[in-house]
Design a binder for this molecule. Sequence first.
Ligand SMILES: Cc1ncc(COP(=O)(O)O)c(C=O)c1O
Length: 397
Amino acid sequence: MNYLFSSAMDKFQSSAVRDILKLTQGKSIISFAGGLPAEELFPLEAVQEAYDRVFAQGKGVLQYGLTEGCTPLREALCERMRGKGMNLTPNEMILTTGSQQAIDLLTRVMIDPGDRILVQEPTYLAALQVFQAAGAVVHSVKGDEDGMDPEDLAAKLKQHQPKFVYVVPTFSNPTGYVWSTERRLSLLKLCREHNALIIEDDPYGELQYGADDHFPSILSLDEHPHGSAVVYTSTFSKTVAPALRTGWAIGDPAIIRHMARAKQAADLHSSSIDQLALYQLLSHFDLDAHIRVIRREYGARMKKMTTLLKPLAAAGLRWNEPKGGMFLWAQLPEHQRSDVLMKEAVQHGVAFVPGATFFAENPKHNAMRLNFTHANDEQLTLGVERLAAAMKVLQNA
Ligand SMILES: Cc1ncc(COP(=O)(O)O)c(C=O)c1O
C-alpha cells in the first residue's frame, strides 16, 4: 500500500525532546531534557478524593459535556483569574486538553497557509510545530532577559504584518527568563498599533520562587474592556498534574466562540470527568498552599543545580538563575556545539536539550536547556558530574 499522507505532515518536525527521550530509553540516564514536574510532589491523595467525590454524584457524570468545558470549573477558574487581575466572565473562557490544545485551536482559527507569526527567540518547540504544520511563516524577534526588543519587534511587525505574536513572558520555556513590565506594555502598545493579536502562553507563571515577586500577565495589563488584544492560556499541568490534560484559554468572546467551533471538530469536548475532578479539587484542597510547596522545592532544586554548575564556569559555561519555572538556559563558548556535547553526554548517562531546536530561524548552536525540576538531589549531583565529564572529553578532543 502506498500511503498518501497530507502535505501538512511534511511540515511536522519530529520533536527533538522526544527523539532524545527515545535515545535514553532502557539506559540509566539522568534526564535534564524533558519538562517534567517532580512526581513526588503530585497531590495524589487529594486528586483521588476529588475523583471519588465526582463518582459519588452518580451516572450523569459520565455523560457528554459542553464544548467550552464544565461550567462550575470555568466559574471557579474565572474567580482565580480575577484574583490575578484578569477580569472576565465564563463566556470569555474555554477549557482545553492542556494549553497545547489552546495553541493548536487558536492557530486553526487565525492562520491560513502563508500567514506570518512572530515569536520570541528562542521559543517553545511544540508551539513552533503547530505553527509550521498550519503552513504559517514564523519569524523570530530578538530579545534579552527582559523580553522582546521593542525596536526589533516594531520593525518586524511593520515588515511582516503578522496575524499574531506568540510569547511565553513569565519563566519562559526554554530560557526561564521573565519579561519586565515595561516590555510587556511595549508589546501591548505595538501589537495594538499593528492589529496583531498577542498569544500569551503562561504555564509557569504560578511557579515563582520569590514570595514577594509580582509579574503581571500581559492580559491583566490590557485595559481595553472590549476587543482584547490578548488571548491568554494556562494549565493545571504544572500546578496539579499533566495527566489531567486540562488547560484553558481566555480571550474576547468572538475568539472563544471560534475556538469552540474548532474544538467541536477536534474532539467535541475535553474529558468532563477530569474537569469535574479539578472543580472538586479547587473546592476542597488548598491549591495555593500546594503551589507554595512546589515553588519552594523547585527554587531549591534550581539553586542546587546552579551551585553544582559553578565549577564549569572555568570551562566557559554560562547560565542564568531563573526567578521561577522549570528550566535554565546554559551556553557553551561560542565555537562549541551543544548537539555534539549531547551525544557525548548520553554516553556518560545524562541528557539535556540542545538549544538550536528552540529557534524558528538563526539557531544558536552553543546553547542548551536544562530542566532541574524532575531530578532529585542525588540525581542533580550525579547528572551535573556526568555533564562535566562529557564537557571534559569534548575539550580534550
Ligand atoms: C510554554 C509551554 N506551553 C504549553 C505547554 C503545554 O502544556 P500542557 O498541554 O500540558 O498544558 C508547555 C508544556 O511543557 C509549555 O512549556
